[in-house]
Design a protein around this ligand. Structure first.
Ligand code: PLP
Length: 382
C-alpha cells in the first residue's frame, strides 16, 4: 500500500467480483479511484425499542464511515468509479445536481477536490435567491462551499420543468464555452457506472459473511433507496453472490424516500439492464421484484419529516449511540420497524437484521427536532 500522499490521485485497475456474468463483465469499468476506507465495519447494536421484543439487536453496516466527515456515506462508493471515468476522460470539472442539503453533492464536491477536479453543483431550493445566502454554512453547504464548489441554485419548479439531466447538460455546455472540460454526474451518481460501487459493496459483504460465522444469521438486509443506484447494486450483487455460493440470499428490503415502489423497480431495472446483467429492462425488473421488496417510506415528502420520525431518530440515538439522518436512514428504519411491529415483515427466531447505514448525518444539522427535548440541559452555577 502506498502512503496517503497519493490519496485520490491514482487510478487502480478494477477486478470485477467472481459472480459477475460475462454479459455484465463487458460493461465493467476498467479502473476506480480509491476514496473509501474498506471494508466498512459491521457493528451489533441494540434494536429500536419498538421492535426489541421481536428483534433484540441490529447489525449495522457502517457505510456512514466510508470516508472522513466530508466524504462519508454511500455516495463515495459510486464516486470511486465516476471520478475515475472523469479523470480517464481528461475532465477538469465535474457537474452534478441534488437538493439543497444533498449528501451526494457534498461528497462529490469534496471528493472531486481531493482528486484535483473542480465541482459545479446545481442545488434545488425552496427559494433559489435566498436559501444558500440565509444559511451558508448549514450542514452539507459548509463542506461543499469549503471545498470551493460553484453553486447554481434552481427552484423546485425549474427542476421539475427541465429535469435534472437537462440542467446538468446546460451547465456543462456553459463550461465548455468557457474552455473547460466538464464531466456530468447524474442525481445521486445513480447510473450504470456509479452502481458498480454497490455491486462491489455486495461482494465486500459476501466476503465479510464468509469470514465471520456470526453473519450467517443475517436473513434480512435493509437499506434506503433515493436515486436508486445503491439498491440496484446491492440487489443484483447480493442475489448473484449468494447464488454462486449455492445459498439462499438474505431477504432484501429497500425503503423509498421520494418515489413509489413501481417507479423504483422500473428505474433500477433499467440501470441493471444497461449494466448488462439482463437482456432487457423488463427482465431486470422481474428479477428485482423476486429478490427485493421495495417499500414506500416517503411519509410527508422528500426531506420533510414527521414528529414521529424525528422522535424515533432521537430515541434511537439515546438508546444506541447511533445517529440516523432524517432524510434517508431515519425514515428507512422507522418504516422497517413499523412493518415488523405490524407483522408484515416477520423476523424468525435466531435471525438477524442487517441495516445498511448509508450516512447522511451532516444533513441532520438542518433538522433541529433530531436533538430531542432539552430536558438534560442544566445551567451550571458554581
Ligand atoms: C443518497 C442517499 C441514499 C440513497 O441512495 P441512492 O443510491 O441515491 O438510492 C441513502 N442514504 C443517504 C444518507 C444518502 O445520502
Amino acid at each position: 500500500m502506498s502512503l496517503s500522499s497519493s490519496f485520490a490521485r491514482r487510478l487502480v485497475p478494477f477486478t470485477p467480483p467472481s459472480f459477475i456474468p460475462p454479459s455484465a463483465l463487458a460493461t465493467a469499468p476498467a479502473s476506480y479511484l480509491p476514496l473509501c476506507n474498506l471494508p466498512t465495519p459491521i457493528h451489533r447494536l441494540p434494536s429500536p425499542s419498538s421492535i426489541s421484543s421481536l428483534v433484540p439487536s441490529l447489525l449495522v453496516k457502517r457505510d456512514d464511515a466510508t470516508g472522513g466527515t466530508e466524504l462519508g456515506g454511500n455516495k463515495l462508493r459510486k464516486l470511486e468509479f465516476l471520478l475515475a471515468a472523469a479523470i480517464s476522460e481528461g475532465a477538469d470539472t465535474v457537474v452534478t445536481i441534488g437538493g439543497i442539503q444533498s449528501n451526494h453533492c457534498r461528497a462529490t464536491a469534496c471528493a472531486a477536490r481531493a482528486a484535483g477536479l473542480d465541482a459545479h453543483l446545481i442545488l434545488r431550493c425552496l427559494d433559489p435567491s435566498s436559501d444558500v445566502a440565509s444559511a451558508p454554512s448549514l450542514g452539507n453547504l459548509l463542506f461543499s462551499r469549503s471545498a470551493g464548489a460553484v453553486l447554481h441554485t434552481v427552484s423546485k419548479e425549474e427542476y421539475g420543468r427541465h429535469g435534472s439531466t437537462k440542467l446538468v447538460d446546460a451547465v456543462c455546455e456553459t463550461l465548455r464555452g468557457e474552455g473547460l472540460s466538464p464531466y456530468a454526474i447524474p442525481v445521486g451518481g445513480s447510473n450504470a457506472l456509479g452502481t458498480w460501487g454497490y455491486v462491489r459493496a455486495a461482494a465486500e459483504f459476501r466476503a465479510q459473511a464468509e469470514s465471520d460465522p456470526e453473519l450467517a444469521s443475517v436473513k434480512h438486509v435493509v437499506f434506503a433507496t433515493g436515486s436508486g443506484g445503491t439498491a440496484a447494486g446491492l440487489a443484483i450483487g447480493i442475489s448473484l453472490a449468494w447464488a454462486r455460493a449455492g445459498e439462499e440470499p438474505p431477504k432484501l428490503y429497500a425503503v423509498g424516500v421520494c418515489d413509489t415502489p413501481d417507479y423504483f423497480y422500473k428505474f433500477q431495472g433499467a440501470i441493471l439492464a444497461e449494466m448488462g446483467f439482463f437482456e432487457s429492462a423488463d427482465e431486470a425488473e422481474a428479477h428485482l421484484r423476486r429478490v427485493l421488496v421495495i417499500m414506500n417510506g416517503r411519509g410527508r415528502g422528500y426531506a420533510v419529516s414527521t414528529d414521529a420520525e424525528c422522535e424515533f431518530i432521537s430515541a434511537y440515538a439515546k438508546r444506541s449511540g447511533l445517529f440516523l439522518d432524517s432524510v434517508y436512514t431515519g425514515k428507512v428504519l422507522y418504516k422497517f420497524c413499523s412493518e415488523v411491529e405490524e407483522g408484515r415483515v416477520v423476523v424468525g427466531e435466531g435471525e438477524d437484521v442487517m441495516f445498511w447505514h448509508t450516512g447522511g448525518a451532516i444533513g441532520g444539522y438542518a433538522e433541529p427536532r433530531l436533538a430531542g427535548g432539552f430536558e438534560k440541559e442544566r445551567r451550571l452555577e458554581l
